[in-house]
Structures are given as structure tokens and as C-alpha cells.
Ligand binder design. Structure first.
Ligand code: SF4
Ligand code: SF4
Length: 349
């Protein structure tokens, strides 16, 4: 007969750091968090309201009784130097849909185990079926810190969260011993380049670099925070990297499948020259927050990063982008060229 203990044993055997189980109704108060955020940031109401699908799960899954939440460390992979501070680390070692990764394989094996022991399950590997951080917190697996990220005592915020709905009443809560953020710490808030994180437990999606460089931003030349985005072209790690609770938590002692090979194809210059077939195939399937139809954004983000950290070697590529097949890229490149010309006239002579 399956029970909580056997489920946890299987999760640990498959390499998960921890596992907990909560009653499905425990997630419902997440709706209050969404409402609080809407009051603070009414300009992002439409996006935030969509998160209500994560609560009242019984409306969509009337058979579901409990939620299994698993934590898995990803702060163990080697990150190629040329991709550091360019693409957020989570996306480089994202095992959610990468069939070659042991993280993905473990997830499939865990679900197969649950089904074999007679449990009906539902999950969603890309974006989760429920509010993963809130569910993990409720299961006592860790805490949510002032930068909004979920932390475990062992691995800091460098963890994947996964959740499965199951059709069985179970509960398994852990006793997390994480210390809270120190009263006087506001390092993450101070470091946020766009002030998106301007107070604890609060983040404006309309100004967060992670959102602006993926699914939210559209015209980088008109984006009021474009100069604050710095070198980032996909995601942002600033508020996690600065956090003392992440100090020495990332150990680069494993290789993520084919990451080194991919890294050889990525630099600001290479993105400008990148073939759209490659962008729509390889790049968009790994970094799925920019869909196939929007891959031009890789080039406009690269152009923005070139402007923010300009050096003369970029000029050739910016000029080349002025003849790109995509109109958004051409417009962005013209705008960047204009900025450079105005700031440093000799650069374009
Ligand atoms: S991810 Fe970057 S931009 Fe977003 S809140 Fe954190 S530091 Fe600010
Ligand atoms: S930087 Fe300080 S305030 Fe921010 S999450 Fe870390 S400990 Fe908490």
C-alpha cells in the first residue's frame, strides 16, 4: 500500500533534494497573494489575473485531493563563462523539457512510479499546474525570501520545483529550519537594476529584466528601462546572485547536456549573425519563453546589450543588423546606430 514515506523515499532515490505533500485546498489562499499584487501593480492586472488558474484546482481537477511537491537542485551545473551575466542560469540548465537531462528523466520516472502504485496524477512541466513556490512553502520545504524566490536551507534559491496532483488524501510536511532574511538586509532590493523589486516580497512584472527580455518586452528602443538592462539578453540573476543565502551554494561540478556545445554558438555578435532557422529551432526550443514567432527579440536584446556596453567591435554587427531580414531588428539597429552616432561621432566614421 502506497504511503507518504514511500513516495518521499522514491523522490530521494531519484535525486530530488526533498519532497512534501499538502492537501489541495491549501493552495487556495494564493488568490490573496495575487490580489495583493494586483493592488500594488494594477498595470500588470491582466497578466496577474491569469495566475488564478493556480488556485481552486478542484474546478479543473475534481478528482484531485493532494499535491506532491518536489525540490531539485540545479545549482550544480558548470556554466560556460561566456554565458554568465548574459542568460540567467536557470534557463541554461533548465531540465523541465530537456529529455536528455537527468532532471527531466527523474521527473518522468517519478511520475511513472506514482502511476504504477495506483495514483492518478496530473502535472505541467513547463509552467507548473499550481503556484509552485507557495506549495513548496506550505509543504515546509523551504521559505520564500524578500526577493520572491524560494530557498531551501541546503541549496539556496538554485532549485527547480515540481508538483503533481494526486487522487489520494495524503499529507507530509517538513520542518524547514531556514533562518529568515535579516531585518536590516535589503541587498536584493538595492541591486535590482530596474527597481522592479522596490520593496520586499514585491516585484513589478512590467519592469523586471527577466520579463522584459523574454515574454513581456516588445520594442526595446522604446522600453524606458532599456539602459538598465545592461548585458542581459534572457533573464536576470542579480537579486539571487547578491543574496547572502546563496553564497557558496552553487557548485559547478556537473555538466548539463550539450550546454558547452550550445555556448559556442552564443555571443552578442553571433546572435546578430544567427540564422533564423537556428533561432526558431535550437534556440527557441531550449529557451521557450521567447516563442518561434518572436525570435527576432534575441537580436533586439543583443543590440540593446551592445549599446549598453558599447565597444568598437560591435559597430560592424550593428551595421549588419541594419540589413536584417526582420523589420524589428532593422529598426532597433538603426536606433542603436543613431544613439552611438550621437554619443560618439567618431565611432561611425
Ligand atoms: S530578476 Fe533582476 S530585474 Fe527582476 S527583480 Fe530580480 S534583480 Fe530585479
Ligand atoms: S538579499 Fe537579503 S533581503 Fe534579499 S532575499 Fe537575500 S537575505 Fe533576503
Amino acid at each position: 500500500m502506497i504511503n507518504e514515506k514511500l513516495i518521499k523515499e522514491k523522490a530521494l532515490e531519484l535525486g530530488y533534494e526533498d519532497c512534501g505533500i499538502i492537501n489541495i485546498s491549501e493552495i487556495n489562499d494564493y488568490a490573496e497573494k495575487i490580489n495583493d499584487r494586483i493592488i500594488k501593480f494594477p498595470n500588470t492586472k491582466n497578466t496577474l489575473e491569469k495566475l488564478n488558474r493556480f488556485t481552486n484546482l478542484n474546478e479543473r481537477f475534481p478528482w484531485a485531493k493532494s499535491i506532491i511537491v518536489c525540490v531539485r537542485k540545479y545549482g550544480k551545473y558548470s556554466i560556460p563563462n561566456n554565458l554568465k551575466n548574459l542568460i540567467a542560469k536557470y534557463y541554461l540548465v533548465d531540465g523541465r523539457i530537456n529529455e536528455q537531462s537527468i532532471d527531466f528523466q527523474a521527473s518522468i520516472e517519478f511520475e511513472t512510479f506514482l502511476n504504477k502504485v495506483g495514483l492518478k496524477t496530473a502535472t505541467e512541466r513547463k509552467f507548473g499546474l499550481t503556484a509552485l513556490r507557495w506549495a513548496a512553502f506550505k509543504a515546509g520545504l523551504g521559505i520564500i525570501r524578500r526577493n520572491n524566490f524560494f530557498y531551501t536551507e541546503k541549496s539556496g534559491s538554485w532549485v527547480y520545483l515540481e508538483a503533481w496532483l494526486i487522487d489520494c488524501d495524503m499529507e507530509m510536511k517538513n520542518n524547514d529550519n531556514s533562518k529568515p532574511c535579516p531585518n536590516n538586509c535589503n541587498k536584493c532590493i538595492k541591486a535590482c537594476p530596474t527597481k522592479s523589486l522596490h520593496e520586499p516580497y514585491s516585484m513589478d512584472r512590467s519592469t523586471c529584466v527577466s520579463c522584459l527580455t523574454t515574454f513581456e518586452g516588445w520594442d526595446m528602443s522604446k522600453e524606458s528601462n532599456n539602459h538598465n538592462i545592461g548585458n542581459w539578453i534572457y533573464g536576470c540573476d542579480v537579486c539571487q546572485d547578491i543574496c547572502p543565502f546563496n553564497k557558496n551554494k552553487w557548485m559547478e561540478n556537473e555538466q548539463f547536456p550539450r550546454l558547452n556545445e550550445l555556448a559556442e554558438h552564443i555571443s552578442l555578435e553571433k546572435i546578430i549573425e544567427m540564422d533564423y532557422t537556428y533561432l526558431e529551432g535550437i534556440i527557441s526550443s531550449k529557451f521557450f519563453y521567447i516563442g518561434k514567432g518572436d525570435v527576432y527579440k534575441w537580436k533586439t536584446n543583443a543590440l540593446n546589450a551592445m549599446l549598453n556596453n558599447y565597444n568598437e567591435n560591435y559597430l560592424f554587427y550593428i551595421r549588419k543588423a541594419c540589413n536584417d531580414s526582420n523589420e524589428h531588428v532593422r529598426n532597433m539597429a538603426e536606433w542603436v546606430l543613431d544613439k552611438i552616432t550621437n554619443y560618439v561621432p567618431s565611432m561611425t566614421e
